[in-house]
Design a binder for this molecule. Structure first.
Ligand SMILES: Cc1cc2nc3c(=O)[nH]c(=O)nc-3n(C[C@H](O)[C@H](O)[C@H](O)COP(=O)(O)OP(=O)(O)OC[C@H]3O[C@@H](n4cnc5c(N)ncnc54)[C@H](O)[C@@H]3O)c2cc1C
Length: 471
C-alpha cells in the first residue's frame, strides 16, 4: 500500500496518530506540507511564527528522511486550493490512502470536508485523527445536551472520562521502503515577509528540543508552578506554547510526562503538576468553544449583548500601547517583551488586554489581531479565548466591572520591579519605591512618557459602556 500523510499543525513524529497509522498500514509512505503565504497573511500569522515554523518543517523533513519518507512542499494560493493539490499529487504518485490529523477552525474544517468529498468521489481511502486534544471537540455535553461554555464543569467531565489508555502513545517507527521520490525542501522557496525583531535563539528548533525543554521543566520548575506561575520575572512557566501551537510537541506527551511526576494522579498530589495540566485542559476547552460556537471564529463575541458596546478608537493611544510607551511601566515592559521574544507571560497578557479593552475601551478584535501578528505561539482559539476573557465579551469571562488596575498588578506581581527594569531600559536605574509609577520629575529625567490616560476615569467609562450595552 502506498500512503500519503498530510502534515499541517502537527510538525512532529512523536505521538502523531496520522503518521503512525500510515506507517503501520503501508509499505511506502509519502508526506506533504502545503505552504501558503497568502493564507498565513489572511490568518494574521506572525512573521516570527512563520520563521519558526519553516525551521521546524526542515527539522521534520530530516526525521522523516530517516524513515525513508520524502516530504514534498507545495506552494498554494490559499486553503481552497488545497484539496485539488492533494488530489493531483495522489494521481501523480498512485497513492491509495491519505492520512491527516484534524485542525481546528472554520476554514480548515470546510477545506477538509471538501477534500473528503473529493477523495470519496475518486475512490481514495482516507483516515483522520485528533492530535491536538484528548477528547474530540464536542464530546462533552451539559445535562441539557448543550456544549459546555464554562471551564469548571467542562474540566470535571474531562477528569471523569480520563483514563490512562488515552495516553498510550508510544510507537516504534520502522523505516519504510525507499521511494523514487525525494524531498524538494532544499529547493523550495519559503517566501515570507520577515519583519520581526524577536531573538530566535530563545526558541530552539525541532521536536527533540521541545521534548528536552519539557523534560527540563518537569524535572524541577513544575513543582513550584502553582506558586510561581504569576510572577513574570521568574521563569516559572514552561514556555512550551510555541511548540504546542505548531504541534511540535503533543498535549498527550505533555500530560503523560507530567503525570509520571505525580504518581499518575490527575487531580491530587503535587499542586504544581495538577495546576499545569489544568492549563493544558484550558487549551482544549477553548478549542471546544471554537468548534461548538462557530461565531467566535467569525469575529463575533461570545456574549451577544457586547455587540452593542460602543468601542472607541484613539490612534495615539493605540500606537503607544503597541510600542510599549503608555507610561504604565508594567504594560510597557510586557509589550516590549512581546516584541523582543514573540511571547508574553500569561498574567501580563491578561493585564495588557484588559488595559486595551477596558481602560482604552478599544475593540478587543484589534488587540486580538495585533497579538496574532506578533506571537510566536499564536493560536487562534487560545488567543481569541484570552482576549474575549479579558474584555468580558467571552465565555466564562472576567465580569465586566472587574478591571485590573495595572499599578496594583505591577506591585503584586513584579514587586521589586525587576521585570520592568529588564524590559524598560529607561527605568533600569529607578528605585524600587518609584518603579511602578514614577513621578513626573523621574519620568522627564529618564525620558519615559507620562501616562496616556487616567485610570479612574477610564475605568468608569468602561463600566458605563458595558452598562449601556446591557440595558
Ligand atoms: C489575551 C491572551 C492571549 C493569549 N494568546 C495565546 C495564544 O495565541 N497562544 C497560546 O498558546 N496561548 C495564548 N494565551 C494563553 C497563555 O497566555 C499562554 O498559553 C501561556 O502564556 C504560554 O506560556 P507557557 O507555555 O509558559 O504556559 P504554561 O503556563 O507552561 O502552560 C502550559 C501550556 O498550557 C496552555 N495554556 C496555558 N495557559 C493557557 C490559557 N490561559 N489558555 C489556553 N491555554 C493555556 C499553553 O499551551 C501552554 O503552553 C493567551 C492568553 C491571553 C490572556
Amino acid at each position: 500500500m502506498k500512503s500519503l500523510v498530510w502534515f499541517r499543525n502537527d510538525l512532529r513524529i512523536d505521538d502523531n496518530p496520522a503518521l503512525q497509522a500510515a506507517c503501520a498500514e503501508s509499505e511506502e509512505v509519502h508526506a506533504i506540507y502545503i505552504y501558503s503565504n497568502n493564507q498565513m497573511e489572511l490568518h494574521d500569522e506572525a512573521s516570527c511564527k512563520i520563521e519558526f515554523m519553516i525551521a521546524n518543517i526542515k527539522s521534520l523533513e530530516k526525521s522523516l528522511d530517516e524513515l525513508n519518507i520524502p516530504l514534498t512542499i507545495i506552494d498554494s494560493d490559499g486553503m481552497n486550493h488545497d484539496p485539488s493539490i492533494i488530489l493531483k499529487l495522489i494521481n501523480e504518485r498512485t497513492i491509495t490512502n491519505v492520512y491527516w490529523n484534524n485542525q481546528f477552525g472554520i476554514d480548515e474544517e470546510s477545506r477538509d470536508e471538501e477534500l473528503q468529498e473529493l477523495l470519496t468521489i475518486n475512490d481514495i481511502n482516507f483516515s483522520t485523527y485528533d492530535s491536538q486534544v484528548l477528547f474530540p471537540a464536542g464530546t462533552f455535553k451539559t445535562g441539557e445536551g448543550k456544549p459546555y461554555s464554562v471551564f469548571t464543569p467542562f474540566k470535571k467531565r474531562w477528569v471523569e472520562n480520563f483514563n490512562l489508555d488515552l495516553l498510550d502513545i508510544e510507537f516504534k517507527y520502522m523505516p519504510k521502503i525507499k521511494t523514487t521520490v525525494s524531498s524538494n525542501i532544499d529547493s523550495f522557496d519559503f517566501f515570507f515577509n520577515k519583519d520581526h525583531s524577536v531573538d530566535m535563539n530563545l526558541w530552539p528548533v525541532g521536536e527533540e528540543e521541545a521534548l528536552k525543554n519539557l523534560k527540563k521543566y518537569l524535572d524541577k520548575k513544575i513543582f513550584n508552578y502553582a506558586k510561581d506561575r504569576n510572577d513574570p520575572i521568574i521563569e516559572g512557566t514552561s514556555r512550551l506554547s510555541p511548540y504546542l501551537a505548531l504541534g511540535i510537541i503533543s498535549p498527550k506527551r505533555c500530560i503523560l510526562e507530567a503525570l509520571k511526576k505525580n504518581n499518575f494522579e490527575l487531580d491530587s498530589g503535587e499542586k504544581g503538576v495538577t495546576k499545569w495540566i489544568d492549563e493544558i485542559v484550558w487549551r482544549e476547552f477553548y478549542k471546544n468553544i471554537m468548534s461548538s460556537f462557530p461565531r467566535v471564529s467569525k469575529g463575533k463575541p461570545f456574549q451577544e449583548y457586547t455587540n452593542k458596546i460602543k468601542w472607541r478608537f484613539n490612534e495615539e493611544e493605540y500606537e503607544a500601547w503597541k510600542n510599549g510607551k503608555t507610561g504604565f511601566p508594567l504594560i510597557d515592559a510586557a509589550m516590549r517583551q512581546l516584541k523582543s521574544e514573540g511571547w508574553m507571560h500569561n498574567r501580563l497578557r491578561m493585564v495588557v488586554a484588559m488595559f486595551f479593552t477596558k481602560n482604552m475601551l478599544h475593540d478587543w478584535r484589534l488587540g486580538e489581531a495585533f497579538f496574532m501578528q506578533n506571537l510566536i505561539d499564536g493560536d487562534f482559539s487560545s488567543n481569541n479565548g484570552g482576549w474575549q476573557w479579558s474584555s468580558s465579551t467571552g465565555t466564562d469571562a472576567a465580569p465586566y466591572f472587574r478591571i485590573f488596575n495595572p499599578l496594583t498588578q505591577s506591585k503584586n506581581f513584579d514587586s521589586d520591579g525587576l521585570f520592568i527594569k529588564k524590559y524598560v531600559d529607561e527605568l533600569k536605574d529607578v528605585e524600587k519605591k518609584d518603579i511602578h509609577d514614577p513621578s513626573n520629575e523621574i519620568r522627564s529625567m529618564c525620558d519615559y512618557p507620562t501616562q496616556i490616560l487616567d485610570l479612574k476615569k477610564s475605568r468608569l467609562r468602561a463600566i458605563d459602556a458595558f452598562n449601556e450595552a446591557k440595558n
